[in-house]
Design a protein around this ligand. Structure first.
Ligand code: FPP
Length: 246
């Protein structure tokens, strides 16, 4: 479905807080880890569905800076899943035109993961169908703080220039829609700068059971909303003038 508020050529940027893996598993008498494994299956489904539903950039929250506080065994298992994903999925990502980048800190990740990330990013760099961003050891507040530290050395600063410092990319589209699964209604330090005007969609669905049809439903609700960006008339995200300068 194409909203009149999104110009034909512009693909959406959607962020997803993939919540509920643990509850999905324990309700079935399974170890929490089985929920994370099922969560990877859901990632595969949604990465495949996203470009067909008008999404050009998909940012997935895989591991927050606060997740280090989980039991060691669960952290280790999540890191193993990430390592497998990075090595086993690259071929399929390349074949499907998916460019993978990872946002967040890399210096605290277990041995080998930072290299695996660099290899996956290089191998998928030409993908033009979907930009998949995976947030690992990620905190939006830390990201903004680091950008501010870099900005302190500059003599002039625009929103665009600061965005580049925050996201590490020139021209990354602001987030249009943030989806959180499992009934929780928080942003949990996710995309606080890029998502300043994001529409929010909360669903009771647990992440392991999230399907392409759930994504389609979230987008239908999104397209039905009026985005005014502080003005009085609905306008498309790419038509918002950058009036404010710092
Ligand atoms: C939240 O569910 C989910 C996470 C903290 C991890 C998300 C990770 C994956 C989906 C798989 C690993 C990712 C990649 C890219 C390989 P929760 O455990 O907080 O669930 P709960 O709230 O029900 O306990």
């Amino acid at each position: 479905m194409q909203s009149k508020l999104v110009s034909r050529d512009d693909k959406l940027h959607v962020g997803i807080i993939m919540d509920g893996n643990g509850r999905w598993a324990t309700r079935r008498g399974l170890l929490r880890m089985r929920g994370h494994e099922a969560g990877v299956e859901a990632i595969r489904r949604i990465v495949e569905a996203a470009p067909k539903q008008g999404i050009g950039t998909l940012t997935l929250y895989a591991f927050s800076t606060d997740n280090w506080r989980r039991p060691k065994a669960e952290v280790a298992a999540l890191m193993t899943l990430l390592r497998f994903y990075l090595s086993n999925e690259v071929q399929s990502l390349v074949e499907n035109g998916v460019r993978l980048t990872v946002i967040g800190r890399r210096d605290r990740l277990p041995d080998g993961i930072a290299n695996a990330i660099a290899r996956a990013e290089k191998a998928t760099a030409d993908g033009g169908t979907l930009h998949l961003r995976i947030a690992v050891d990620y905190s939006a507040r830390d990201t903004i703080l680091n950008a501010a530290a870099k900005a302190a050395a500059l003599t002039s600063l625009t929103r665009e220039a600061f965005s580049q410092l925050v996201t590490g990319e020139a021209g990354l589209r602001d987030v249009d829609l943030i989806i959180r699964t499992s009934g929780e209604k928080r942003l949990s330090d996710f995309l606080l700068w890029e998502g300043a005007y994001a529409e929010l969609h909360f669903t009771e669905r647990m992440w392991p059971e999230f399907e392409a049809s759930d994504l389609a439903e979230a987008l239908t609700v999104f397209h039905g909303r009026e985005r005014r960006f502080g003005g009085l008339r609905p306008i498309a995200a790419e038509e918002v003038p950058s009036l404010s300068r710092v």
